[in-house]
Design a protein around this ligand. Structure first.
Ligand SMILES: [Zn+2]
Ligand SMILES: [Zn+2]
Length: 182
């Protein structure tokens, strides 16, 4: 089995974690985890660990060039991890194996996201990331349109409005040029 990054370099078997077998490249230090090896390891885990903030940061050079699956030669598809993680994972949609560039596994482990890798390639995980990106984009747009202070004030009023029993009437009152004319 050859390294999808270094191409000619042979991958070697390693034990990445207790009960987790992987293949590693001694040149680029990336790791390949086959679907059944990941599943076996996952079965040994008692529960999904709660996500946490990282205490250590890792130097990651997300390799952006196209890679082929070392198991079945298909093109690996890039998936965003999201949750504040800015690199992509390379996943084989055919055999479900995953390629981790150097330090990517450790960075996920530092966040307790390493036991959720199998979810990262699902539609619902990817949709959440997109929703979060849209939120972030709109938030920035509002800040630049209204200014930070006015935006904060608008959010406060919005919250207050939604708690009122007469929200729509209040809105009409606020937007009417002269609410004292019939
Ligand atoms: Zn390599
Ligand atoms: Zn494959």
């Amino acid at each position: 089995m050859k390294c999808p990054v270094c191409r000619t370099k042979q991958l070697k078997s390693v034990t990445l974690e207790e009960h987790l077998n992987a293949k590693t490249c001694s040149q680029c230090e990336g790791n390949w985890i086959a679907s059944e090896d990941y599943q076996k390891w996952l079965d040994q885990q008692e529960e999904t660990l709660p996500e946490k903030e990282p205490e250590v940061s890792f130097d990651i050079k997300d390799n952006t060039k196209a890679k082929l699956c070392p198991q079945c030669d298909r093109i690996l598809i890039k998936y965003k991890v999201g949750h504040g993680v800015d690199f992509f994972l390379d996943h084989c949609n055919s055999c479900n194996g995953v390629w981790f560039d150097k330090n990517e596994w450790d960075a996920l482990k530092e966040r307790n996201l390493h036991d959720e890798v199998h979810y990262m390639f699902t539609k619902s995980w990817q949709k959440k990331i997109r929703d979060e990106e849209i939120r972030e984009m709109l938030n920035k747009m509002y800040v630049s349109k209204f200014g930070k202070d006015s935006y904060e004030e608008a959010k406060r009023i919005r919250e207050w409005l939604q708690e009122q029993p007469e929200t729509m009437t209040l809105l009409a009152f606020l937007s009417d040029e002269d609410p004292y004319q019939l």
